[in-house]
Write a protein that binds this ligand. Structure first.
Ligand code: UDP
Ligand code: MN
Length: 342
């Protein structure tokens, strides 16, 4: 077991906070494997100190001075900076097998059984299920593979500009070759799936083992009141993250913030938690419902039929009976998002 590890990556303090929560969540579910975090040189001292308390190994990686091949790849593909850093996972050859996990993932039950799988095992991407999502994957560290991946990067780049494009390009037969390399979706449940297929989420979401806060708005983008367990911030995104967002914040505020406070001492440190009374905090659930009850902003759009209440509309939506051509049409949803973002 000592030669197998969970590996994550954080190039800055925000992702480092994610890595702290991920590491704590793995420990809380009694993993028997080692924990490794790869960090960029910009992660500050206090954050590095906290990571050292949670992880067995904290390794500073800097693609620019990490050897000829990597340097060359970096020169040719300056757009792939963070991606190349993720590939560094393959250089951890003192482990025979690893599970890479994005710093924006949260473990909700023990997942040590993932080490029974082979390289490259991963769960389907919710946006294009013939691609795997690179937020959680099983791999075997190897300098040979690392070299080949870098070579692939320089020659082909990444079709999506990130590591997922590179890895799907390199492990290109994933979708058809071997079903045992398809991890069940519950090992990388992205919040996006909650609203794209709500009935399935209601049916299977309770089995989730790993939650992935994929997308632009990350858990640390919000503010949290630990006393009331209320979240504030971009509520449209919060609604789609579901109650897992509260789980992330509860773990962060209970287990990580005290360690950060110790490291920062008297220096000002913004934990993202509400320290004083914060009157305009609303729960994302109540706000989500409120959002749906708001009158539509533009006179040009179709209004809901007058005999359907917003609660009924919400219920119909949840049952998969959205009025796709009318009230719930893409154009109307887009308009609502636009007005919300304004
Ligand atoms: N990452 C990082 N610094 C960055 C961006 C990404 O350390 O500035 C790492 C981090 O581990 C993160 C992973 O790369 O979880 C993939 O990026 P992200 O999770 O933001 O992409 P998404 O899952 O939303 O597509
Ligand atoms: Mn991610």
């Amino acid at each position: 077991m000592a030669d197998q590890a969970f590996v994550t990556l954080a190039t800055n303090d925000n992702y480092a906070r994610g890595a702290m929560v991920l590491g704590k969540s793995l420990r809380n579910h009694n993993t028997s494997r080692k924990l490794v975090v790869l960090i960029g040189p910009h992660v500050t001292e206090p954050c590095q100190a906290v990571l050292k308390r949670i992880y067995d190994e904290v390794k500073v990686v800097n693609v620019l001075d990490s050897g000829d091949k990597a340097h060359l790849a970096m020169m040719n593909r300056p757009d792939l900076g963070v991606t190349l850093t993720k590939l560094h996972g393959w250089t951890l050859t003192h482990y025979s097998k690893c599970v890479f996990m994005d710093a924006d993932t949260l473990v909700v039950s023990n997942i040590d059984e993932l080490f029974d799988r082979e390289e490259l095992s991963a769960a389907p991407d919710p946006g294009w299920p013939d691609c795997f999502n690179s937020g959680v994957f099983v791999y075997r560290p190897s300098l040979e593979t690392y070299g080949k991946l870098l070579q692939y990067c320089t020659e082909h780049g990444s079709f999506d500009g990130g590591d997922q494009g590179v890895l799907n390009g390199y492990f290109s037969n994933w979708s058809t070759a071997d079903i045992s390399k398809h991890l069940p979706f519950i090992y990388n449940l992205s919040s996006i799936a909650i609203y794209t297929y709500l009935p399935a989420f209601k049916q299977y979401g309770g089995n989730a083992k790993v939650v992935h806060f994929l997308g632009k708005t990350k858990p640390w983008s919000y503010t949290f009141d630990p006393k009331t367990k209320k979240i504030s911030g971009n509520m449209q995104d919060a609604a789609m993250h579901s109650t897992f967002l509260v789980d992330w914040w509860t773990l962060y505020s209970n287990a990580v913030v005290p360690m950060l406070h110790q490291q920062y001492g008297d220096q000002t440190f913004h934990s993202g938690c509400v320290e004083l009374f914060f009157s305009d905090v609303v729960t994302f659930e109540s706000r989500f419902i409120q959002e749906q009850e708001e009158p539509e902003p533009s006179p040009a759009q179709a209004l809901p039929p007058p005999n359907v209440s917003s609660a009924e509309r919400k219920e119909m939506w949840e049952q998969g009976q959205a009025d796709y051509m009318g009230t719930d049409s893409f154009a109307n949803i887009q308009r609502k998002l636009d007005s919300f973002l304004k």
